[in-house]
Design a protein around this ligand. Structure first.
Ligand code: CP3
Length: 349
């Protein structure tokens, strides 16, 4: 592990002093980059995810432009749903659509326990290929959706504003809901293990929609399986980051979570997150949390917001701090604004 600790991101995640301030951006590979759009103009999104060569290429694109401390493998949290038997499509402007939404015991019974190596091995190949393009101090991040967030897409058949079908299943068919979360949990453990075996140095679990449940329902019906996945992932020997999404309240429920890093949504102050987590007995490294929309602001505003977050993190004497956005980069992000962020960060720290 001493080798891994040389990577600034891994050191910060483990509560060690990093050799420099680690920084990366959620969705750092994507449509805001012209070189990504050039690749995407020739292949569909899922084809891109399934081609190790092309996935590695777009994963590395942002690292050629910016002085980043990590690459996150180019894929999507919904890719494993295809290995469980659903069909995933991305309709223009509609977001993801999953066929055969899971609404009953019969629907659940039709799903397969995916074989991570056979069905999703292309993600591992992409990780191995990407790693060949990384410096030894750069961290290769693997990821998965957390069981609840993946389940919400599998139940709704796509995105949702009200999560009505998710709640219908949770309240009317709790055993089916629990069975689905258990299945996703098992597949996710295998999937993360495969990614680490292929070269991931750190893992991230995206629970973007966790804040859609009350604290009581989250504690009762979601936290136990999330904890199992996190405990399993930690056993793989790499640090793990949990993103609880929007809603500072969710932090209250995270006591006892054995996680290395909490990724903080841009709507939550780092100081609020740290206060609540410390109150719950959880002292972790924090990641975040620039508002991704600040990146459309003039240069001096962008630079000022970066300084504010760095100063806030420093004053909080956090166990560690990984600079990032507080949610994924948006397609209209001007690429040059990320250079200002990194330049400001490197001169501040
Ligand atoms: O961060 C990275 O650079 C790694 C790649 C990554 C993608 N999606 C690529 C992607 C990661 C980590 C994700 C996670 C993801 N996907 C989440 C959790 C994080 C979050 O943003 O809350 C969620 C909820 C999804 C589901 C998803 N995938 C949606 C809602 C959409 C459509 C919205 C959109 O931006 O078009 C996607 C598609 C998607 N995933 C794209 C990318 C680059 C756009 C595909 C394209 O090129 O058209």
């Amino acid at each position: 592990m001493s080798d891994l600790s040389l990577k600034p991101l891994v050191a910060a995640a483990r509560g060690l002093k990093p050799s420099r301030q680690p920084v990366w951006f959620m969705r750092q590979a994507g449509r805001y980059l012209p070189e990504y759009r050039a690749v995407r103009s020739k292949v569909e999104f899922l084809e891109l995810c399934r081609s190790p060569e092309l996935a590695a290429e777009v994963t590395l694109q942002p690292l050629r432009r910016y002085d980043l401390d990590a690459a996150i493998i180019f894929s999507d949290i919904l890719v494993p749903c295809t290995a469980m038997g659903q069909t995933l499509t991305f309709d223009k402007g509609e977001g993801p659509v999953l066929s055969q939404p899971v609404r009953s015991a019969a629907d659940l019974a039709k799903l397969r326990r995916a074989d991570a190596v056979k069905d999703l091995g292309y993600v591992g190949e992409a990780i191995a290929k990407t790693k060949m393009g990384l410096r030894s101090d750069q961290t290769m991040i693997g990821f998965a959706g957390a069981p609840f967030t993946v389940a919400s897409y599998m139940i709704e058949g796509g995105g949702s504003k009200t999560f009505t079908e998710v709640k219908r299943l949770l309240f009317k068919e709790p055993a089916v809901f629990a069975g689905l979360l258990d299945l996703i949990g098992e597949v996710t453990c295998d999937y993360l293990a495969m990614q680490v075996k292929s070269g991931a140095d750190a893992l991230m679990l995206f629970d973007t929609w966790a804040g859609q449940l009350t604290g009581a329902d989250y504690l009762r019906s979601v936290l136990p399986v999330t904890k199992r996945v996190i405990a399993y992932a930690r056993g793989l020997g790499v640090p793990i980051t949990y993103f609880p999404g929007q809603g500072v309240d969710r932090m209250f429920e995270l006591s006892g979570l054995e996680v290395d890093v909490i990724s903080v949504d841009w709507r939550t102050r780092l100081s609020s997150a740290s206060k609540i987590l410390r109150g719950a007995g959880l002292e972790t490294c924090l990641q975040g949390n620039l508002d991704p929309q600040i990146l459309i602001a003039p240069e001096n505003t962008v630079r000022q917001r970066v300084r504010e977050i760095l100063a806030e993190a420093r004053d909080l004497k956090l166990k560690g701090h990984i600079f990032n956005v507080g949610h994924g980069l948006l397609p209209h992000t001007p690429p040059e604004s990320l250079s200002w962020v990194i330049d400001e960060l490197r001169s501040f720290t």
